[in-house]
Design a protein around this ligand. Structure first.
Ligand SMILES: [Zn+2]
Ligand SMILES: [Zn+2]
Length: 396
């Protein structure tokens, strides 16, 4: 494993590739900056054979999803030793709280937003859990997330929702980065990330850590401890877990930017309870984008914000400190201002819908009139007395 030295970290310059960069390598930057291919029509790609696609990721996700669905089939029809498989399912589920909090509490709220500080043991706990999830190294994840916040829902956003649900959900990982995003990312300073020894260690040794903690241990423990089948353990403890956690994360980028309410600010991100439920409290996205440095990532201290409760617990144990929040007054002022906007929007929508209703009634009335006229005319045509002509052409 080649370790890359980061001394000194040049400000505003992306770190060279140390773990898979989802298309953001230097060569990709050159290719992408030649033209903005997302603005070209589809036949352009067919004719030129240039799809601007990261084929490796397409292959990984496609294979992963086929195996993901095969795991269901395997679980219901092919499993011979159900007791062992049940133990494996319990094992995978037991890992979930660790993995979830590592992503939301660690990579997201701690490193990407610096919304609180954590002690070394907690950082190591997060770093290892995040490595198991397999969503790239900490540096790249936090960097992309900061860019996402800075230029949300524009071409500068890695998962811009204006390019559709599929793109925001997972398509962005299968396309090369937009040139505007690459250019804008260069203007941000990410050097604080690599100054953190835990992030640095994770980034420099990502692949070996990934092999041990994401593959070898989760898959090997069921095989070694209770004699699980090799293939069953691989399916459940590697493929299924990986694809499942990917979708939960992806829903924060897609659904939590598209389906929900905006009580705090007039921005694209929304409050989505369902995403919060599966995403450990990450679905209160209108609040989170309004106040990204709030460790709670939500106004509501109750409900489905498991990450907030976990950080509180860590703070009580002395492992987390300097928790940052937003003052109630600020939140209240924003809510009142936004309520006015929402009411105005509601009124506009109501006016629009009443106009639409009136138009549809008008259309129905016109259609009925036309039906009536047509049936009347055809009735006359059919049953009216036929005109009789005499031999000299005079009507009888
Ligand atoms: Zn977002
Ligand atoms: Zn965030």
């Amino acid at each position: 494993m080649v370790s890359v030295k980061f001394h000194p970290i040049p400000k505003c310059v992306p770190v060279k590739k140390v773990c898979d960069d989802d298309g953001l390598t230097e060569s990709d930057q050159e290719t992408s900056s030649k033209s903005i291919k997302s603005e070209k029509p589809f036949y352009y790609y067919i004719r030129n054979g240039d799809f601007d696609i990261v084929w490796t990721n397409v292959a990984v996700f496609l294979t992963g999803h086929i195996l993901f669905f095969y795991t269901y089939y395997y679980a219901f029809y092919e499993f011979d030793n159900r007791t062992k498989h049940l133990a494996t399912i319990l094992w995978v589920n037991a890992l979930t709280p660790w993995l979830g909090t590592s992503l939301t509490g660690g990579a997201h709220r701690l490193w990407a937003h610096r919304s609180y500080e954590a002690s070394l043991p907690l950082k190591i706990f997060y770093m290892l859990g995040f490595t198991v999830i397999g969503q790239n190294c900490l540096y790249i994840w936090a960097r992309d997330h900061r860019v996402h916040h800075k230029w949300s829902d524009t071409d500068g956003d890695p998962h811009n929702t204006k390019r559709g649900f599929f793109f925001a959900h997972c398509g962005w990982l299968m396309r090369k980065k937009h040139p505007e995003m690459i250019e804008k990312a260069k203007t941000l300073d990410f050097s604080d990330l690599m100054k953190d020894p835990v992030v640095r260690f994770n980034t420099e040794h990502y692949w070996i850590l990934y092999f041990i903690f994401s593959f070898l241990l989760p898959v090997g423990i069921p095989i070694y401890c209770w004699g699980e089948e090799y293939f069953a353990s691989f399916l459940m403890c590697f493929v299924f877990r990986y694809i499942g956690t990917l979708h939960v994360t992806w829903f924060v980028n897609s659904a939590a930017h598209m389906f929900g309410e905006k009580p705090y600010k007039e921005i694209e991100p929304v409050e989505n309870m369902w995403v919060s439920l599966i995403g450990y409290g990450e679905g209160y996205h209108n609040y989170h984008h309004s106040y990204p440095n709030d460790y709670q990532a939500s106004e509501h201290s109750h409900g489905f914000n498991l990450t907030k409760h976990f950080i509180d617990l860590m703070a009580k144990l002395g492992l987390a400190y300097n928790l940052r929040t937003t003052s109630d007054t600020t939140v209240e002022l924003c809510k009142q201002r936004q309520m006015k906007i929402n009411n105005e929007t509601d009124d506009m929508l109501k006016q629009k819908s009443s106009k639409a209703k009136f138009n549809s009634y008008k259309m129905i009335a016109l259609f009925s009139l036309w039906c009536y006229y047509y049936s009347y005319a055809s009735f006359n045509e059919r049953f009216a007395e036929p005109q009789r002509f005499q031999a000299n052409g005079v009507i009888a």
